[in-house]
Design a protein around this ligand. Structure first.
Ligand SMILES: Nc1ncnc2c1ncn2[C@@H]1O[C@H](COP(=O)(O)OP(=O)(O)OP(=O)(O)O)[C@@H](O)[C@H]1O
Ligand SMILES: [Zn+2]
Length: 476
């Protein structure tokens, strides 16, 4: 199988060939920390986590850097509205962001912050001025000279100069209205750092060029972010970096589609956000992950109770099956030979597994891959749950382990009980308690039987009584 990805640069599907396999370097634009992280951010961050996890599953080693923008006009404004320092605003929301990532089981290798890289930023800008790509204006602000970079517009496919307005306002000191700020001279009352051009602070775009190359070098395999960043942010990053490094910079530009609410982009500035905290409290982190990872990263995703409900159902099924499979594998009673029907079933599972990979290999098509996961759960309830073939159960387990390398919603189940030929001591003790409880019930000693049930529940073990027989499972 060959992995292909859709590169925003050129807008085509390309075979994935990183600069130095098996290493893959990946930089994703992180948040500007002036408010709580919302589920729109989660869509982008979970999608890249899924991409990284899939690359790791097929043998790559991914180094993932995701920045924190901790100085920006919006942070300064929020601080002055609240009468606190910009640092207090940035630190508290950066904390919320890091906690959210950790609750969502997203592991980023490095979280560089802009304000810890001011010297590197000044150095980068200095070199751009030296090479003739940037100029110092009378105010002490420094601008990128867009006309000096002939490839400008190729990433976004926007070659019409009239549409290159950067949203920074037309400042008379710029050479062209579309030049953008690399360094902003300090206005009274604003935070500043000393620089060769006077006191000021970095512009937004320069920070990502600087921090990505500082940690990943001057050639990066994957640069990611939401599609809202293609223009001007990524167009500008590309102009800055390729001008300085003098050659191709990012190999694959991958962009996520937007999370929408009532058809509109969810955004702090539009004031229509559902905070990730609230969403996690309502649905739990596993459901949010699954919801994002069962849709295509490039597509948009509408916030709806119904689609979250579907994701919840899938997570519940997977957790139920994983617990069952782990428990069954730890027992010795399953016979080791296969019946003809078991072999047929194994082939069915095999094709589901191959289809899952085939979908993932086509530009990480997670929406399509989800079909195989649903199908696996159906096969389990339909056939495997009552099969006695250890091989079939073991293959189900292996598939779930691989799927979970991407979805990461079963870690606790697999960590607690890896595939083992005999039950762990813990499992054997639970079995024993369940058996004792059954005896107590037979002897009508319900108080003691209930005590065992509630004690086990407090350890996260749920008992399910079906007639005389009692089974148990770990809570999700
Ligand atoms: N609604 C959304 N859907 C998907 N990704 C999003 C959404 N909003 C922001 N992102 C992505 O999250 C990352 C961090 O975004 P950032 O904090 O810069 O957001 P922002 O655009 O400033 O937020 P907002 O638009 O809410 O003010 C970026 O990669 C951005 O593309
Ligand atoms: Zn960026």
């Amino acid at each position: 199988m060959t992995l292909t990805v859709t590169n925003t640069l050129g807008r085509r599907e390309e075979v994935f060939r990183p600069w130095s396999p098996p290493l893959v370097t990946m930089y994703v634009c992180g948040p500007t920390v002036y408010d709580y992280v919302h589920i729109g951010h989660a869509k982008t961050f979970v999608a890249f986590d899924g991409i990284k996890r899939y690359l790791s599953l097929i043998g790559y080693s991914v180094y993932h850097v995701q920045n924190i923008t901790d100085i920006d006009d919006k942070i300064i404004k929020r601080a002055s509205d609240r009468g606190v320092s910009w640092k207090e605003v940035a630190d508290s929301y950066a904390q919320d962001y890091l906690e959210s990532l950790s609750r969502l089981n997203i592991r980023v290798d490095l979280h560089p912050r802009v304000t810890s890289h001011i010297n590197e930023i000044i150095d980068f800008i200095g070199k751009l001025i030296e090479k003739g790509y940037a100029y110092v204006a009378p105010s002490g602000s420094v601008y990128f000279d867009v006309d000096a970079y002939p490839d400008y517009g190729r990433l976004s496919g926007n070659f019409n100069k009239a549409l290159w307005d950067q949203g920074e306002g037309v400042v008379s000191e710029k050479r062209h209205p579309y030049d953008f700020a690399l360094w902003k001279a300090a206005k009274p009352g604003e935070p500043w750092w000393e620089s060769p051009w006077g006191r000021g602070r970095p512009g937004w775009h320069i920070e990502c060029s600087v921090m990505s190359s500082r940690y990943l070098g001057s050639r990066i395999d994957i640069h990611g972010g939401g599609s809202d960043l293609i223009f001007p942010h990524h167009e500008n990053e590309r102009a800055q970096s390729e001008s300085l490094f003098g050659g191709p910079w990012v190999k694959y530009w991958l962009h996520t589609g937007m999370l929408t609410i009532r058809g509109e982009k969810m955004s702090k500035s539009l004031g229509n956000i559902v905070s990730l905290r609230d969403a996690i409290n309502e649905w739990g982190p596993n459901v949010i992950r699954m919801w994002v990872l069962t849709s295509h990263y490039r597509g948009s995703l509408e916030y709806s109770e119904q689609s979250l409900g579907q994701a919840k159902k899938l997570v519940e099924r997977l957790r139920d099956i994983a617990s069952d499979v782990v428990k069954r594998l730890s027992k010795e009673e399953y016979v080791n030979y296969m019946k003809a029907a078991d072999v047929d079933e194994l082939f069915k599972l095999r094709s589901l597994y191959l289809n899952w990979h085939a979908a993932m290999q086509r530009d990480f098509n997670m929406g399509e891959a989800a079909g195989s996961v649903w199908a696996l759960t159906s096969e389990y309830y339909k056939y495997i749950a009552s099969s006695e073939s250890r091989a079939l159960i073991a293959f189900t387990y292996k598939m779930l382990v691989d799927f979970n390398r991407v979805y990461a919603v079963l870690d606790d189940i697999f960590e607690r009980a890896p595939m083992a030929p005999v039950a762990s001591l813990e499992d054997q003790l639970i079995d024993l308690l369940v058996e004792v409880r059954s005896q107590l019930r037979k002897n009508k000693m319900y108080d003691l039987a209930d005590y065992i049930r509630s004690k086990l529940a407090s350890y996260g073990i749920t008992l399910v009584d079906k007639g005389e027989e009692t089974t148990w499972k770990r809570a999700g």
